[in-house]
Ligand binder design. Structure first.
Ligand SMILES: Cc1ncc(COP(=O)(O)O)c(C=O)c1O
Length: 374
């Protein structure tokens, strides 16, 4: 059997591999997905579709008209400035395949969502990490320095509110990166899947507010509470999306038709759905704030459902061993920070998005591990 070199080095997502071998009864605070019920708009649309459907045909490559319409209205773009995909993950894959030449370089955040590095490898490129500012905020200067140093950068990836830190980006910082990318003809991709999950009402700027050359990726997976639908999209210049759309067609033809029907219903009911998600999220962060003192965030949380928790100093010699002991003896699962890049080594990521009872129990189990050993 021969495995192509680009796939040979791939490993299971570290977020999923830590879950393997967890003892029975382990509480998972590891997976980044909403634990509140899928909104009514989606379930009703699915039931209605199932009642009426005589056939289950392929969706059109460009997305179902009602979904495209909901998105073009929401983002005030033309249909050719939009690409409907099987989750934002497929949007990212298609964009990397279309805009990352083999041998080029992709700038990715450290700590950051591990898929960016994998997608660069699959495109035959190298990824170079840029550091984030305090609290995981975008520090444009760090990206600009790397753009000065490397003349082979094809794509810069931003992700704010960020996975795993929750850090945000201000409009001026986004603008500095966007202008630098425009000057060098580098494609800027901003992953904004957590943008609508504001906790405290602070608006999170989108890169599209400061640049009409940048591409944004989004999905119904987080804020619209429906990751299993696998529906996402990219918005950006038509000429940048056109080749990516062909890659997406070659990969998956189109997202599943019933999923697109449900996604259109969710988008159409955005005001209710997003308000509901923010409420669910605020309740969870309130539980964390009222929970064990050793586990409380030291900075105010503004967006998303990740708690980027520093490891206790006495565990730092072997963080992964510590996380495994917490899993096997404490029966609670968190993700070792190193899964998100070397800069994450001294942290773990807790997702607070799951069911509230599990969050409470998970925090109670975790707390003793963060308390100073006698
Ligand atoms: C930052 C980030 N981008 C993209 C994704 C992929 O999400 P989806 O493909 O469900 O839209 C995730 C999922 O965890 C994520 O955290």
């Amino acid at each position: 059997m021969s495995v192509a070199a680009r796939a040979a080095g791939l490993t299971t997502s570290p977020i999923r591999s830590i879950a393997r071998g967890a003892p029975q009864g382990t509480i998972s605070l590891a997976l980044g997905e909403p634990g509140w019920p899928v909104p009514d708009a989606a379930t009703q649309a699915l039931v209605h579709w199932a009642d009426l459907a005589m056939t289950c045909s392929y969706g059109p490559n460009e997305g179902l008209p009602e979904l495209v319409e909901a998105l073009t209205e929401r983002y005030a773009v033309r249909p050719d400035q939009l690409m409907v995909t099987a989750g934002s993950q497929a949007a990212l894959f298609a964009l990397f395949q279309a805009h990352v030449p083999a041998g080029s370089r992709v700038l990715v955040p450290d700590p950051g969502f591990p898929a960016y590095r994998t997608l660069a490898t699959l495109a035959g490129a190298e990824s170079t990490a840029y550091p984030l500012g305090p609290g995981g905020a975008l520090h444009a200067g760090a990206v600009l320095d790397l753009l000065e140093q490397h003349h082979d950068v094809s794509v810069v990836v931003l992700n704010h509110p960020a996975n795993p830190t929750g850090g945000c980006a201000t409009a001026p910082e986004l603008e500095r990166v966007a202008r630098a990318c425009e000057r060098r003809d580098v494609t800027l991709i901003s992953d904004e899947v957590y943008r609508e999950l504001r906790v405290d009402g602070t608006p999170q700027p989108s890169v599209r507010e400061v640049s009409d050359r940048a591409i944004v990726v989004q999905s119904v997976s987080k804020a619209w509470a429906a990751p299993g639908l696998r529906v996402g999209w990219a918005g950006g210049p038509a000429e940048l999306l056109a080749p990516a759309r062909l890659v997406h067609n070659a990969m998956t033809t189109a997202p599943a038709r019933p999923s697109q029907v449900a996604a259109a219903a969710l988008l159409g009911d955005s005001a209710t759905v997003l308000a509901g998600s923010r409420k669910e999220l605020r309740r969870r962060w309130e539980l964390v704030a009222a929970g064990p003192e050793v586990l409380r965030p030291t900075q105010p949380v503004t967006a998303g459902f990740y708690h980027w928790l520093p490891l206790p100093p006495w565990t730092r010699a072997d963080p992964e061993g510590f996380v495994r002991r917490v899993r096997d003896e404490g029966r609670v699962l968190v993700v070792p920070g190193a899964a998100f890049g070397p800069a994450g080594r001294d942290h773990v990521r807790l997702s607070v998005g799951g069911p509230r009872a599990e969050l409470l129990e998970g925090l109670a189990r975790l707390a003793p591990w963060w308390e100073e050993p006698c």
